[in-house]
Design a protein around this ligand. Sequence first.
Ligand SMILES: NC(=O)CC[C@H](N)C(=O)O
Length: 214
Amino acid sequence: MSAPHPGDVRIGVLALQGDVREHFAVLTGLGAEAVTVRHPAELAAVDGLVLPGGESTTMAKLAVRTGLLEPLRDAVRGGLPVYGTCAGLVLLAERLLDAPPDQPTIGGLDVTVRRNAFGRQAESFESPVPLAGVPGGPLSAVFIRAPWVEEAGPQVEVLGRVGGGPADGRIVAVRQGAVVATSFHPELTGDTRVHRLFIHMVRTSARRRAQCAT
Ligand SMILES: NC(=O)CC[C@H](N)C(=O)O
């Protein structure tokens, strides 16, 4: 059997707004094929999807305008592996706090997410966060006007929490089935471990789908 390598999967990066380029660079650097997703037809052609950081209110509006919101919801419900960073976590939440009342989400994570949760004094900071399932020591997590997970349902696996400071113990990394999300931005640090984990999830899911199709 040949060694699995990530080049056999195509990973989309939702490219409506936000730090698309940074995710693209990490994914291609790890040998995955990365493509931008702006339209439903592009979404239909990927094995996994990254929702970048940026401004979730803007992304949500653009997703509605481009007709992507419902296809995104269908894709997540259908088991497409998705990784959301920061604003991407907001987009994946079933419930939001401190968001405009009409801000739609894609959903997929049975969590309540508070936007801009860390407050003005700590709008941007870096902190070591150990992540379950990611060996090699804590990640140096970069938070930029970041949300946290205020409540997580029973199906949600908590992967990481902030340690120390006023936000001590707050949940900042979660997984539910094929959906994984972090409050922080591994794509900005050069530490590729979360993207590697995600590529592994995409590869496993693609292999399973291929087996089901034969
Ligand atoms: N860096 C980010 O992605 C910030 C997220 C932004 N505060 C939002 O709620 O959409």
